[in-house]
Ligand binder design. Structure first.
Ligand SMILES: Nc1ncnc2c1ncn2[C@@H]1O[C@H](COP(=O)(O)OP(=O)(O)O)[C@@H](O)[C@H]1O
Ligand SMILES: [Mg+2]
Length: 506
């Protein structure tokens, strides 16, 4: 009878059950592993051999065959060392097989038999709980991450020896205390609003963007503070709910980008990929598809600095996820969908040299290069950006003043109130924010009285607003009204929304 130990792989963002079967085979002293990529097998075999040699018992002289099933699931990474080693000890009769029946075992081993950090434990633990397993054994360093999943016993394993002792009942391993997520302390925001001097109108635009989940483009000369302002956005967005935080953490866990000692990501992510990023790096991809930057920015901010420098093709692929809030990657093996509900913040200089329109420095660009530079951005993509705002250089007096502005915390409270209003109003819609309203919802919730009608009619003519831009203005007005808790859109709200429209609308 082969021995069987349960373990876990990650496909896309989900854990998948893997069965590790160990049986005797012909010959002496070989371990033959099926169902793992070749290089991984070789290394894994050596680690298991060394780890078992470090136990008080000696390595089996008979040959073994280890099968990792199902075969078509990609099992990369060293997560199977520990379950394979346990399987070997079971077939040798050193551990009773019944002890591992309701257990998932995951973890990489060092040569001396101690466990090492293994990525992806959060989705693995979630799978274990969902399939009704009682216990998950994980490397001790990763126990806090797995313990975020309630109703699952997490055993922190320091070494193969320790696990063996536990399974034979010689020495007990205490389960890791489950972490009550609401008890985790609130973290400081990284870039606080109050440290940004001046730029009141840009801060206001950011507040509107956060309140209604609107995308935003900043244009201004180098050094004006665009990067700083972008960094302050996550801190004024509503705090993530526990489910949102778990969603985000899962993505980072799989890509092994969780900072150590941070089991749960509570800050909204801020991602700023460089403009040389590849298509796959941005939206996700690879033979075994992995999430890209837009998924790492899920529920947070995707900041594209030097916006026109991103290739046209790269920017075009953003259009779909901007609408769908997710990205689907198709491969021969099937397609995978990754979440990508991010707020887009883009920044650009007004011209190639950066100083067009600047009161101090002289722009050195020729008349023809400026429109060509601005044309690099495609109309359809720009049309998906609700807020366009100029970021002029701040004058020295303001920069050097000690006066602190409003802290992020205060702004966030207003944003959270405005979001609540939207959630109530859009309770039937899957998205629940003004920025994501569909045309029917815009008609229903953004009705204008006669004064507003007159205003928008003349503005539409003067600014040459497209139909899409018209909708944008309505959605923005709705958010601006929500920020002050007003039921109806009034001309003041509309006028502010119109300020956020680009001047040279086609
Ligand atoms: N309004 C401001 N208040 C405080 N510091 C500022 C402000 N604007 C710019 N800075 C500082 O000036 C430097 C350049 O700003 P940065 O955000 O990189 O500008 P940009 O991205 O527009 O080129 C940063 O160190 C930033 O902290
Ligand atoms: Mg910058």
């Amino acid at each position: 009878m082969p021995s069987r130990v349960y373990s876990c792989a990650v496909v896309g963002l989900e854990g998948v059950l893997v069965e590790v079967e160990v049986d005797y085979s012909y010959g002496l002293g070989f371990i033959n592993v099926v169902g793992l990529p070749n290089t991984a097998v070789k290394e894994s075999r050596e680690r298991i051999r060394a780890a078992i040699k470090n136990l008080p018992t000696s390595f089996p002289r008979k040959s073994l065959v280890i099968n990792l099933a199902p075969a078509n699931v990609r099992k990369e990474g060293p997560a199977y060392d520990l379950p394979m080693a346990v399987g070997i000890l079971i077939i040798r009769g050193e551990i009773p097989s019944c002890t591992v029946e309701d257990m998932i075992i995951v973890g990489e081993l060092s040569l001396d038999g101690t466990t090492r950090h293994t990525p992806g434990l959060l989705p693995m633990a979630a799978m274990a709980r969902d399939l009704g397993f009682k216990t998950i054994c994980v490397p001790a360093v990763d126990a806090a991450e797995a313990a975020l999943i309630p109703d699952l016993e997490v055993l922190p394993i320091r070494s193969l020896f320790e696990l063996t002792q536990h399974l034979i009942g010689a020495q007990n391993i205490e389960p890791f205390q489950n972490i009550a997520i609401d008890e985790l302390p609130e973290l400081e925001t990284q870039t606080d609003f109050q440290e940004i001097k001046g730029q009141e109108h840009v801060k206001r635009a950011l507040e509107v963007a956060a309140a209604g989940n609107h995308n935003l483009l900043m244009t201004g000369p180098p050094g004006a503070g665009k990067t700083l302002l972008a960094h302050s956005l996550p801190g004024i967005m509503p705090r993530m709910s526990i489910d949102e935080a778990l969603d985000v953490t899962r993505i980072y866990s799989i890509l092994d980008q969780l900072p150590s000692e941070t089991p749960l990501l509570q800050h909204r992510p801020f991602r700023a990929p460089h403009h040389t990023i590849s298509h796959a790096g941005l939206v996700g991809g690879g033979t075994w598809p992995q999430p890209g930057e837009i998924s790492l920015a899920h529920r947070g901010v995707l900041f594209l600095d030097e916006f026109p420098e991103f290739g046209r093709r790269v920017l075009e692929v953003l259009r779909q996820p901007l609408e769908d809030k997710e990205v689907t990657i198709s491969r021969a093996q099937g397609s995978l969908t990754f979440p990508a509900n991010f707020s887009l913040v883009a920044a650009m200089n007004p011209c190639p040299c950066g100083y067009y329109g600047d009161p101090v420095k002289v722009c050195t660009c020729s008349a023809s290069t400026i429109p060509r530079y601005q044309k690099r951005l495609s109309g359809p993509l720009l049309d998906r950006i609700d807020i366009h705002v100029d970021v002029p250089r701040v004058d020295f007096d303001k920069l050097s003043s000690d006066r602190l502005g409003e802290p992020s915390r205060t702004v966030r409270k207003r944003v959270e109130r405005a979001r609540k209003k939207q959630e109530e109003r859009l309770s039937d819609s899957p998205r629940g924010t003004n920025g994501d309203m569909i045309p029917r919802e815009v008609r229903e919730f953004c009705s204008l009285d006669s004064k507003c009608q007159t205003l928008i009619r003349s503005a539409t003519q003067q600014l040459g607003l497209s139909a899409r831009a018209y909708h944008r203005v309505l959605k923005l007005s709705r958010t601006i009204a929500d920020l002050v808790g007003e039921k109806d859109i009034s001309p003041i709200h509309l006028a502010e929304a119109l300020q956020y429209q680009p001047r040279d609308q086609h």
